[in-house]
Design a protein around this ligand. Structure first.
Ligand code: IFM
Length: 467
């Protein structure tokens, strides 16, 4: 796969999904603490309260990263750990924790990439209106400045916001995510205020760290019309508006898509734009983070079956599918990368997330033989190579995720990790896919297949976090 030469190999997690220790070290509650406490919000009442215990055992994460041989690692910092509360003062304990993790990565020769917002909004900000309140964007810019001031000697690559589509539309319309609301106008407002916050944060980072690299992570979906019927084509365009262009156009072009008013209505758009200057969202970026999971076949439907986009139906796709029914469609990955490349040929693309959710388990031999994830990795990296061959400037690939995590509305059952987490004990075990990714990285680095085909057992790398 010479088309993969020079790619930086990474993996990722996010604070609330792995840290646990939600009421320790001066951390204040986030909207996810509140939401997960709501009866019925998450299956089995799962929450990030304990998660993979990384706050208490950061060495487990660091050892896993080193064992894989990653070039780079993407983590998020929890706003609720970094500041003490509404006064925005730095929280020394939270900052010390992240400094330990970041230093640990550096000591292992791994470049950290830090996401500033991965969905865990402080509850005190939600109480004041959350992402519907423009003041949240100001607070975010201050937080970004604080993060650069406190961590900037260890971090030179920043992501402002992760998947604003999900935080806006699943948080405020489908209600699947925190804060669990059901209102389209608020969802649009939350999308635009997050984008505004992104622009402010880019400026804050640049002011304090002019040589740092900054980007945003957008989850982009590949949408295909079920037929050439004009109604299905129009439905697909509507889905593309809400899921893709509503974020791409402001971030890259500083404008809203032409069909925004047609879909949401003039009054709703006007209210959502209050105080937001869309032209200032399109700050020049050093890379665009692309999170790719979704390929969907779309048709028009008066009733509809999508939790977010009105008037469309997403058809069940034939197998193969992930554990939660997401189509395995590597060609869609190539299309999305080439689409971004066509929009901004010179802008580097970092695949800041890509992976598959499965109902993984340990077999009788105490191994997790996740053959589907291995096949997925091979197919998606081949798709990435195709996109590079055709001119997409993909510079980095972060497999989601390093380890099994608290997977939001699915709780702990759906697993994305390269490492299996035994949640009752916090013990980590490399799945077969971890061995595969490790060999692949070593092979790429050596410019050919790995010399030893090593399947080293992680236990000899000291990787079992006690409870
Ligand atoms: O686990 C999430 C992550 O937090 C954001 N992107 C999608 C992943 C898988 O659902």
């Amino acid at each position: 796969m010479s088309a993969l030469a020079g790619v930086r190999w990474g993996s990722a997690t996010a604070a609330y999904q792995v840290e646990g220790a939600v009421d320790e070290g001066g951390r204040t509650p986030s909207i996810w603490d509140t939401f997960t406490a709501r009866p019925g919000a998450i299956p089995r009442g799962d929450s990030g309260e304990i998660a993979a215990r990384i706050y208490h055992h950061p060495a487990v994460l660091l050892d896993a990263v080193a064992w894989l041989g990653l070039d780079t690692y993407r983590l998020s910092v929890a706003w609720t750990r970094m500041v003490t509360g509404p006064d925005g003062r730095p929280n020394p304990e939270g900052i010390a924790y992240y400094r330990r993790v970041l230093q640990g990565l550096r000591d292992r020769g791994v470049t950290p990439v830090v996401t500033l917002y991965h969905w865990d909004l402080p509850q005190w900000l939600q109480d004041a209106g959350g992402w519907a309140n423009l003041a949240t964007a100001d607070a975010f810019a201050e937080f970004a400045a604080l993060a650069v001031g406190e961590l900037g000697d260890l971090v030179s690559e920043w992501i402002t916001v992760n998947e604003p589509f999900c935080a806006a539309f699943h948080g405020h319309l489908s209600g699947l995510h925190a804060p669990g609301l059901h209102d389209e106008a608020t969802a649009l407002r939350a999308a635009l205020v997050q984008l505004h916050a992104h622009g402010e944060a880019v400026r804050a980072v640049r002011r304090l760290a002019p040589t740092a690299r900054v980007g945003v992570s957008l989850n982009l979906s590949d949408l295909e019309a079920a037929t050439d019927n004009p109604a299905d084509l129009a439905a697909t365009r509507v889905a593309d508006l809400v899921e893709n262009r509503l974020f791409l156009d402001p971030a890259l072009r500083g404008r809203l898509p032409d069909d925004t008013v047609g879909y949401f209505g003039a009054d709703v758009v006007e209210a959502a734009l209050r105080g937001v200057d869309v032209t200032r969202i399109a700050e020049p970026l050093d890379f665009l983070g692309v999170n790719y999971y979704e390929h969907n076949l779309v048709r028009a439907s008066r009733v509809g079956n999508d939790l977010v986009v009105r008037g469309i139906e997403k058809l069940p796709v034939p197998e193969p599918r992930s554990g939660n029914g997401v189509a395995v469609n590597p060609a869609g990955f190539t299309r999305v990368l080439l689409r971004v490349a066509a929009l901004e040929p010179e802008l580097p693309i970092w695949v800041t997330e890509n992976g598959i959710g499965l109902w993984d388990y340990l077999g009788p031999d105490a191994r997790c033989n996740d053959v589907e994830r291995i096949a997925y990795l091979d197919q998606y990296l081949a798709a990435l190579a195709t996109a590079r061959d055709q001119g997409a400037r993909v510079e980095a690939y972060f497999h989601w995720s390093l380890m099994d995590t608290f997977e939001w509305s699915y709780g702990y059952q759906l697993r994305y990790g390269l490492f299996y987490v035994d949640f009752p004990t916090g013990r980590l075990l490399p799945k077969q896919s971890a061995h595969h990714y490790r060999r692949l990285i070593a092979g790429q680095r050596a410019g050919g297949p790995p010399a030893d085909g090593s399947t080293m057992d992680i236990s000899s790398a000291g990787l079992s976090a006690g409870a």
